[in-house]
Design a protein around this ligand. Structure first.
Ligand code: URA
Length: 216
């Protein structure tokens, strides 16, 4: 797996990441969602640089111009519910992409142990597609791996991109051997620590709750 950590180069992205981490600015859930969406847009742009392109002639009011346009058949699959703003950001740039949604949640066995439950899954065929699997928080990596197993029932993608906002070093190491070798991980930023509850430290907290409010 190829790992691209986007904030290893300084850019405007750092502001979006600071805002979603900051305990004050993250109180504004609309701003939190919008920043996750903006990070999705940055990831989409980065992914687009690796797609296949063909030349098409475009007619302008004043003449003709040859343009390179991508030919990939993209499907964005997001993990509910925290993945929704990231999904929107990716769709903002991939105009014609198909959408797939899958639910994955942590079912706690006790205070520190949990298993991942995958239930709802709605997806077009993934056969031959460019699959972008969007999960904002790559903490333990268990949800991404469980979700990937479920996706296999819908065909074999031509290529797989994992789009994430914040990850842990441990989570990245865990998923590395669970996806095909050609898979590319695009992640905005990475923290070193994962606590015994599976939360990224310093991280940002619970992305789903911050975007959509606390659940029971
Ligand atoms: N999911 C989150 O929302 N936050 C974490 O730190 C880990 C998983």
């Amino acid at each position: 797996m190829k790992v691209n950590i986007i904030d290893s180069k300084k850019s405007i992205l750092n502001k979006f990441i600071s805002d979603i981490r900051n305990v004050e600015t993250q109180k504004d859930s609309m701003r939190f969602r919008r920043n996750i969406e903006r990070i999705g847009e940055v990831l989409a742009y980065k992914i687009s640089e690796t797609l296949n392109y063909e030349t098409k002639e475009i007619t302008t009011p004043l003449g003709k111009k040859e343009m390179s346009l991508h030919t990939n058949d993209v499907v964005v699959c997001s993990i509910l519910r925290a993945g929704l703003p990231l999904h929107n950001g990716l769709l903002n740039y991939f105009d014609d992409a198909g959408s797939a949604y899958i639910s994955a949640y942590r079912k706690h066995i006790n205070d520190t142990e949990f298993e991942i439950k995958v239930e709802y899954f709605a997806s077009p065929s993934l056969e031959g597609k460019t699959l972008i699997l969007a999960d904002p928080m790559l903490a333990t990596g268990q949800s991404l791996v469980s979700v990937f197993e479920a996706l296999k029932t819908h065909g074999s993608p031509k290529e797989i991109h994992l789009a994430c906002v914040l990850g842990s070093t441990e989570g990245i190491e865990f998923i590395k051997n669970q996806f095909p070798e050609s898979t590319v991980l695009w992640i905005a930023t990475v923290d070193e620590e994962l606590n015994d509850k599976g939360y990224i430290v310093p991280g940002l907290g619970d992305a789903g709750d911050l975007a959509f409010g606390k659940k029971l």
